[in-house]
Design a protein around this ligand. Sequence first.
Ligand code: GTP
Ligand code: MG
Length: 438
Amino acid sequence: MAAPDLERRSKEEMRLLTLGGHVGFDSLPDQLVSKSISQGFSFNILCVGETGIGKSTLMNTLFNTIFETEESGHYEACVRLRPRTYDLQESNVHLKLTIVDAVGFGDQINKDERPIVDYIDTQFENYLQEELKIQRSLFDYHDTRIHVCLYFITPTGHSLKSLDLVTMKKLDSKVNIIPIIAKADTISKSELHKFKNKIMSELDKNGVQIYQFPTDDEAVAEINAVMNAHLPFAVVGSTDEVKVGNKLVRARQYPWGIVQVENESHCDFVKLREMLIRVNMEDLREQTHSRHYELYRRHKLEEMGFQDTAAESKPISLQETYETRRKEFLCELQKKEEEMRQMFVNKVKETELELKEKEKELHERFETLKRTHQEEKRKVEEKRRQLEEEKIAFNRRKAAVEAMQAQALQATSQQPLRRDKDKKKTSGWSSIYSVTIS
Ligand code: GTP
Ligand code: MG
């Protein structure tokens, strides 16, 4: 049977029945509430705005407490995200509140939104990794995903800076942005009105999507619609208390008067608190999960090659995608392996050739050396032979001389006997002797 037919039949078969008496499942919402209360809530606020714009003061004012704060210098090397988590309790509700400060933002050049985007993505990635674990513990997982970004606009009265537009544009698909005009007491009422209009038209012109308070829930639709028209909220922060009449109120005191934080004709602080904490905190958490995180998750899974539909819009299961990707990966691996093997063979061949070449060279050098050696040996032999001949000739001459000397000696020893007889002959021998010696 075709799928649409099945769907129609199952709808038709779902009949409405009346209960005979009280069963008890009407307590489901209460069960949900008590479960949520015991579990506790987490809420994460990102404050983006230039150094000293009043971020910490506003947080202290909003939660009516003093969070640990530390002033940032104007000489940070780059934008740094500083998260701080606090455990708050109101009645029996526990709130794990994380306030993340974008320290050093907008101070000098090269201090852009990239670290902020990276921080938001990292929190999404951590959540995704937890979801993908075999053994998930999402129940007690500390969810650090940013639920709202309070974007502090400097009260110049002119227009938004291009850094503001670029940053909000980069963040709007990742986080719920609520723009606020900080230190609203420094701008006059008429200027503020014009400034608000200018900001909204610039955001609109540049396609920046800011968070819209939801109007689909009847209970809050009206108030949210009115508040949407008041954006961006112009706020004043202060934890100082000043006596007005006989009441102590939080205000900023000036020589010319006081600005009351919670006075709606002085600023929009109450509107912000109402919208952010009292009416839409759950929607901000919900939007973060169902819209921004979902988008991140989808892109990430698509990047990993997962899809819901294959070619020709046929539905494809996770298992099928996994198998296909696995096969593709194995093919790719085999191809790479083959390439590497081929590369190795080529390298070996090249090296072999080089070695052969070297061997040939060495052999030639050896032959040349051998030849030279033989030549030299032959020359030395020749020289030796000549010297031998010279030596023999010398010895021969030496022997002849020695023989003559011997004869001469013999002749000298016989001389007294025949002195007179041979007087004339002696002079003849000595002349022969002198000739031979010479
Ligand atoms: P860093 O964390 O150092 O970037 O500063 P910050 O943005 O947290 O500002 P912080 O709250 O420390 O306030 C800086 C100064 O601005 C302090 O002197 C505050 O008293 C003052 N300030 C805060 N809020 C307001 C405001 O609404 N109006 C005026 N006029 N001054 C304010
Ligand atoms: Mg601060």
